[in-house]
Design a protein around this ligand. Sequence first.
Ligand code: BMA
Length: 355
Amino acid sequence: MTHHLKLTILLLTALFTGCTHNSEPCSRDIILARLQEAANTKTALFGHQDDLCYGHSWNEDPGRSDIKDLCGDYPAVVGFDLGGIELGNNANLDGVSFDLMRARAEEHSRRGGIITFSWHPRNPYTKGDAWDVSSDQVVASILEGGECHSEFMTWLKRAADFLESVKDADGQPVAAIFRPWHENTGSWFWWGEGLCTKEEYQALWDLTYDYMVKQRGLNNLIWAYSPGGGADRNKYMERYPGDGIIDILGLDAYQYAGSALYQTLLRASFDFMEGLATEHGKLLALTEFGYEGIPEADWWTATLAPVIQEYHISYMLAWRNAHDKPSHFYVPFAGSVSADDFKAFHDNCPSSFVK
Ligand code: BMA
């Protein structure tokens, strides 16, 4: 079957199943079809966290993007983080105001880009941050009957209010990939493996999904599950929230040592994830990746691209270029070591980017 035929069938399926208000397929289905098309053609869409809010040496410059500065196009996918919304703060944990986030997300959706939201909420039990793993009672405390349950429901409400307030060109809540409770196979966030039982972790997902979708009617969300690299198939699936919730099987995997080792790590995960995606009828994504500072000149075309092209990956999201920490960047900028190679990477697959 040709890819165009597949896309047409997907769109027709979207049209006749479910979330249509009039004769148009809803934007969630259009985004899903676009992701599926990228996966089918092994042309993963390129993404960058906070790309439109700040870059390596600038902050809040309308229209600017480190990726666009380099190659002339915006990344197809832009990531934003909700951390801090739960407290009712005006800005997130990295200083991005939620009003700016909303404006940039809406702008990106109008130019045909895709939005994804991650969430590093504070610790509702200890009042520390998302990385406060000093107690293994946190998840238990926010589930029904727990001492922090009602406060946590307020946190979910604030996150839902924000997600609902970001509108697409038709004035509807924007279709966005939502990726909470990530890297759960590690134990560095309060929802991590060593901090709660499997049942508690899955109940946290049920609570989140029930509230957002069933109570609030946020049918615009596309749900991504994203364990960290290094988990085998059993560990990856052990705490899986279930096919009824998840749309995207993701992976968060960073390079800390040699490139060959990173390629091995990615292949070890995608080898089994590709089978899972087919069996469960889900999309595949590299939901977070990167090599801090990218010290290798040909990293994009020699390390990353060869592995990505082997699999049916819908999108890949590089982590952020902090404006206030000079060595904390995951995509190049003019003059950095891998800048030319990134241009080549872009030119080899311009459909991964948007104008
Ligand atoms: C981490 C780092 C932090 C940041 C956090 C949430 O990986 O980039 O500086 O606060 O993500 O965005």
